[in-house]
Structures are given as structure tokens and as C-alpha cells.
Design a binder for this molecule. Structure first.
Ligand code: AOF
Ligand code: ZN
Length: 341
């Protein structure tokens, strides 16, 4: 199973699908291994069976697969059918699949067809957001900001301040690439003018760039976000009555945190990165909707400016986090922590 997990981690473009790996074993010999590589393509079990020298070798063998094999027709046919067809004798799984289309049904199908199934019930971080979003019906929320030693994220509210060094900046790109959506508020959109893209690696499924705006009709179309083809979603209070680029979608509504997370859940977004600014950060904090916090601390003080969460509400409940981890990135420090359970 350890080999199967090592395989699973090789999947780079699985996007909304879990990372899954598998290994086929007979007479204590590893006959083949494989993983799910790309969203919409073959699942781990199928790739592993295809890696056998000869498909007849599957007869009587055991497959170790990190997640319960699927039993539904999705973008690919059910893996359980193929497992039965090729005559595998036993299936050892890392854990059940939380996807309600599959959960428990995969195991039942296999058992109903005379296949021995063992569930090792392994808890891992491998598909953390995938598991979290099915179990909590909302995406896992990471809040990220760069901060000075006096707790400021900006010197003035209408001008961009440089805080992070280039190593911290690169690290934040990796963080973006681990999320399926990146969210900013209107003020950050206007003053920081970010592209919100992942620039340090090629991604088949780059994160959707979400901007909260009062009125999508007043958005300046010369902003840098429009220089890139990755999807853009505007969450606006008013309907668009203008032509927008093809990669733009507009959602109209009252965009409080609860409604934002409901929309993203409907859109199957499993991991959301909130990237500022101060007002939106405060709103997520007030709603108690921060699961993971990443802070880049820079050795400077502004002596003035906007705090990480500047809200109006006087009655916010304190959100407690676990003992933080830290890492030096040059002269900056990355602090990361998970919400206390
Ligand atoms: C497996 N092995 O390697 C993966 C599974 O649309 P589809 O056909 O690609 O199905 C996607 C769903 O299949 C996904 O939500 C999850 O429940 C399961 N993923 N299952 O047996 C795999 N990636
Ligand atoms: Zn499958």
C-alpha cells in the first residue's frame, strides 16, 4: 500500500479528482503499478492493469488501491467492472471514497461479485481538500496574506505596498497552484491589480480567479487579470449589460461568505484560497470560515496602515489555530497553521 500511495502522489493534473495509485501483487511479487494522472483520463486501477505485461496475469492477483474503486459511469467506465472482468481475486483499499456516487457502492459491487475486499482505513493528507469538501459540503478555505512585523498588510488602502521577498512570492505561487479557486475583493482588484495566475509552473487546470465586485459593469477591462485566459468569475450584485471576454462568467447575488461557499460547493470547488484584502479576510474570519492560515512575515514595520482583518463587527469570536509551523524564506518567515478541531 505504501508503494500505491507513492504512485498516487505522481498524479499532477487530477484537478477535481482524487490522487489515486495502485499496485498489483501476486505470490509476493509486484506485477505492475500505476496512478490516475489527469482529470477525465483513466483511473489508477485501469492504468495499472494496462501496465501488466499480459492482462491474463491479473487472474488470481491482489490489487492494492489507495481509494475505493469507483462503481459509477463518470467520464470513464466503472473500475469495479474491469476488476471483476480480469479476474482479480482480492482488493485492498486505503479508504472508502467520500464521493456519494461511489462511497460503499464500490466495495459492495466487488463483494457481490465474489471478490475479497479489505479496507485499511488509512488517514492521510493526500486528498485533504477532496475529502474535506465531500464531508463538509463546502470547499476547504485557506487564507493567505503577507504581513509586516506590526501586523499590517498594506500601508495605504488605495496603493499597493511591497511586503514579501521573492522567495515568499514564489512560495505563494505554489500555494495558488494547490487550490482550484483564488478569491479577492474589489479593493485588492483595483489597487493591487493582480493577475492571480500561477506563473512558476504549467497547469492543465489553473485555479479559477474569483473577484467580488459591487457592479460588474464598472470593472476596468484594462486590468491585468484579463491578460490571461484562465477562467475569471465575477461575483457581482448587479447583472452585466456589457460584453465581457469569453473566459469571464458573472454570478449575480448577495455575496456574503455563506453564499460564496455555497456557490463554490455547487461548482465542485474543493479548495479555495482567499488572497485579500483586509475586508474580505475579516468577513471570512467573522464567519468562522478559515480552515488553514498561511502568513508571510516580513522584517519591516509600517507604523501605519491596514491590519490583516479590518472589520466593523465588534463581536467576533476568536478563532483558535493549532501550534503553527514555520520556515525561513530568506529573511521572511512562512507561518502556517490549521484550525483547532
Ligand atoms: C477510482 N480510481 O483513480 C480515481 C477515482 O469522472 P470520472 O469517471 O473520472 O470519475 C471521477 C470520480 O471517480 C471521482 O469523483 C472519484 O469519486 C473517483 N475517482 N476512482 O476508482 C481513480 N481518480
Ligand atoms: Zn475508477
Amino acid at each position: 500500500m505504501k508503494l500505491a500511495f507513492d504512485e498516487a502522489r505522481k498524479g499532477t493534473d487530477t484537478w477535481l479528482n482524487p490522487k489515486v495509485g495502485a499496485v498489483i501483487v501476486k505470490d509476493s511479487q509486484v506485477l505492475a503499478s500505476g496512478h490516475h494522472q489527469t482529470f477525465g483520463h483513466e483511473h489508477a486501477e485501469i492504468n495499472t492493469l494496462n501496465n501488466l505485461k499480459n492482462i491474463s496475469m491479473a487472474k488470481g492477483a491482489t490489487i492494492f488501491v489507495t481509494l475505493e474503486p469507483c462503481s459509477h459511469f463518470g467520464k470513464t467506465p466503472p473500475c469495479v467492472q474491469r476488476i471483476v472482468e480480469v479476474g482479480l481475486k482480492k482488493v485492498v483499499i486505503g479508504s472508502l471514497d467520500p464521493n456519494p456516487l461511489v462511497s460503499g457502492h464500490g466495495v459492495k459491487y466487488l463483494k457481490d461479485h465474489g471478490i475479497e475486499v479489505e479496507n485499511l482505513n488509512i488517514k492521510t493528507d493526500l486528498n485533504q481538500a477532496y475529502m474535506f469538501s465531500f464531508n463538509n459540503h463546502r470547499p476547504l478555505v485557506t487564507l493567505k496574506y503577507a504581513m509586516t512585523l506590526d501586523g499590517k498588510i498594506n500601508k495605504f488602502s488605495n496603493e499597493r505596498s511591497l511586503i514579501s521577498n521573492s522567495i515568499a512570492y514564489d512560495d505563494a505561487q505554489d500555494l495558488r497552484s494547490n487550490n482550484q479557486a483564488v478569491l479577492i475583493g474589489e479593493n485588492t482588484f483595483k489597487t493591487d491589480n493582480p493577475q492571480l495566475t500561477v506563473r512558476n509552473k504549467k497547469m492543465k487546470f489553473p485555479p479559477v480567479r474569483i473577484v467580488l465586485v459591487r457592479d460588474v459593469n464598472s470593472v476596468d477591462l484594462s486590468k491585468r487579470i484579463f491578460e490571461n485566459q484562465a477562467k475569471i468569475w465575477f461575483l457581482s450584485e448587479t447583472k452585466a449589460h456589457r460584453n465581457l471576454p469569453d473566459n469571464v462568467e458573472v454570478f449575480v447575488g448577495d455575496w456574503n461568505v455563506k453564499n460564496i461557499l455555497n456557490l463554490l460547493n455547487e461548482k465542485k470547488i474543493q479548495a479555495l484560497l482567499v488572497e485579500g484584502g483586509s475586508k474580505i479576510q475579516s468577513e471570512f474570519a467573522q464567519a468562522g470560515m478559515i480552515d488553514h492560515l498561511v502568513i508571510y512575515l516580513a522584517p519591516m514595520i509600517f507604523g501605519n496602515g491596514l491590519g490583516a482583518c479590518n472589520g466593523q463587527n465588534q463581536q467576533i469570536k476568536t478563532i483558535e489555530f493549532q501550534k503553527p509551523k514555520y520556515k525561513f524564506l530568506g529573511d521572511n518567515i512562512r507561518i502556517s497553521t490549521w484550525r483547532k478541531k
